[in-house]
Design a protein around this ligand. Sequence first.
Ligand code: HEC
Length: 308
Amino acid sequence: MKNMSPWWIRIPFFFFLIFALVEYFIDSGEKPAFLTYPIIQLFMLMVLLILIAIELIVKSVENVLFQTLSEEAKERYLSTQAKSWEWKWAKRTYKNLLGSKPIEEENEIIIDHNYDGIKELDNKLPPWWVYLFYATILFGVIYLARFHVFNDYDQDLEYEMEVAEAQAAIEEYRKTAKDLVDVNSVIMLTDASDLQAGEAIFETNCVVCHMADGGGGIGPNLTDEYWISGGGIKNVFKTISEGGRDGKGMIAWKQTLKPAEMAQVASYLLTFQGKEAANPKAAEGDIWVDENAPVKIETDTVAATINE
Ligand code: HEC
């Protein structure tokens, strides 16, 4: 049997055919199946190895059969192989795309004028060039229709879409990279694991001055609603990161703690709010009100209004 296609077309062809079938038949949601189920990568590797094995087996069978041929038949076989199909195919395509006449046939296209022996050939435009030219025309027509007739989108919109996409990607990344939090993006953590981590950090670094229950010692009381440098997660994060007022003893912890750890300890110490400390230090600073908090209806006033 004569093979009509070279191995470097056959193997990729069957490989991607099987791959496409796998992707088509295995339902894997939004992600491609080979990412959702890594076992498929192993499967495709096996497929590749099997395809290579088949090629090798066919080759060696051919080889064995070749040895059984008579000398004369061998010679004939080799001569057909030498001009093997793949090579001819590549050469033919190349020539067709170039579209030039071989030198021996040039007299067919010579133009009937000459100047001092300089002659001109009536060569056709090379097909590769012509096809490319047609392609640009087609592109131009589609482009014109899409962007100038149907006004698909303009550069401004494209820019905005890309920025929005990038923003979403950054948000997504921030979620996985907790250490990217800063004073602007920090939020109150509520996961038990984060609060436990915060407690551990507080116990190793902060209790000497703030006491285990936050009642205060060298440092101020953290259980009351009075804050020297502002309450709420953002201010507290900032104080921990940058330190307190100069010379008061509260250092900038950003040298020691990672951003994620500062967010954890800040969230943890805010759980002291409203709790009774064993030995509370007198309040320092001002009552801090969160300007961004949702408006709270004072229950007394409501009750008073109803009573009236
Ligand atoms: C060496 C003692 C010391 C240690 C250790 C210490 N602090 Fe402080 N902390 C202080 C002092 C003193 C202040 C008051 C700073 C000021 O007056 O500006 C303070 C202030 C604060 C405030 C602001 C309180 C307010 O009313 O605004 C927070 C929040 C705080 N500390 C958290 C921590 C955390 C978290 C740690 C551990 C990572 C820690 N501190 C470790 C001494 C300390």
